[in-house]
Design a protein around this ligand. Structure first.
Ligand SMILES: Nc1ncnc2c1ncn2[C@@H]1O[C@H](COP(=O)(O)OP(=O)(O)OP(=O)(O)O)[C@@H](O)[C@H]1O
Length: 279
């Protein structure tokens, strides 16, 4: 990301007092005696998009699984929506996950179910009335511009389309938090951009808090520099070389946080390792 002058775009509406949606406090976890995350502390505020960067094997996916309560830390605490997930029983975790949308790198769709049934899956689990389910699925598919594929099956879709279905499935429940684990992983650059455009649209239309893992600095650059224009329905650069004030960064290397801050702070870092990583 070029370290040129950046201006922080002002939020269009007055923002309420920030609330912490995800809080890691001195979290560590080991696998087979190997320390995978060590003393991780950071906070994600309401409405923030937190981009998680770092070399392969640095612990990004493990961090996301901890946030979702899929695994438990060896030490430290994790709060999501003010509740401690690091010691929560499975029944309560199930309820908590009802407020979280997940987008996995592999899309994780059911090949034997149609696109409609894949997107509707969580709504069925939540016993949403049948009459409402179809309308909500259509709305979610329209958001990702895949309404026409509603009757198709995942094996009939391209990788980018599958990823879009996965986003539709994550947003159909109107989650309070979205976890994107490498949503552009394995996609070509053009398709990756269409996926990041959807993440920007989701960010700007609903202001949903999110964590997003990516290996592509280009993804981070697009998220920081672009916005959704509701009048044109298009993604456009934020004027005056602006950056999105709600998009922040966490960089992990070998299980430790090497950066936690804003886009301006990241591009102006003096840390030699980080400068090298970003170049
Ligand atoms: N269930 C597990 N059992 C043992 N080791 C694990 C487990 N899950 C993750 N690890 C190890 O933890 C380390 C961090 O893995 P993680 O997937 O979080 O890295 P990452 O930063 O997401 O990597 P990538 O960018 O390649 O996806 C790796 O060495 C991995 O092998």
């Amino acid at each position: 990301m070029p370290a040129e002058t950046l201006t922080t775009a002002q939020p269009s509406t007055a923002t309420a007092e920030p609330q912490s949606v995800v809080v890691f406090d001195h979290v560590s976890i080991r696998f087979d005696l190997k320390c995978v995350l060590e003393d991780i502390s950071f906070t994600v505020q309401h409405g923030e998009t937190r981009i998680i960067l770092g070399p392969a094997g640095g612990g990004k996916s493990v961090l996301m699984k901890l946030a979702n309560g899929l695994i438990q830390p060896d030490s430290g605490t994790i709060h999501v929506f003010g509740e401690e997930v690091s010691s929560m029983p499975e029944s309560e975790l199930f309820k908590l996950r009802g407020r979280i949308g997940m987008v996995f790198q592999e899309s994780a769709l059911f090949d034997s179910l149609s696109v409609e049934d894949n997107v509707a899956y969580r709504l069925h689990e939540e016993h949403v009335p049948e009459a409402e389910i179809h309308a909500r699925v259509v709305e979610a598919l329209r958001f990702v511009e895949l309404e026409h594929a509603i009757d198709k099956f995942p094996p009939e879709l391209s990788g980018g389309m599958r990823r879009r279905v996965s986003i539709a499935r994550a947003i159909v429940t109107n989650p309070d938090l979205i976890l994107y684990d490498s949503p552009t992983g394995g996609l070509d650059p053009i398709t990756s951009t269409t996926i990041i455009d959807l993440v920007i649209k989701q960010r700007d239309v609903t202001q949903t808090t999110s964590l997003l893992i990516t290996h592509r600095l280009q993804d981070a650059f697009l998220l920081a520099r672009n916005r959704f224009n509701p009048k044109t329905g298009a993604i456009e650069p934020i004027p005056n070389n602006g950056i999105d004030p709600r998009t922040k960064f966490l960089v992990l290397n070998e299980g430790r946080i090497v950066f936690d801050g804003t886009t301006e702070e990241l591009v102006h870092t003096t840390d030699p390792w980080l400068k090298d990583y970003l170049s």
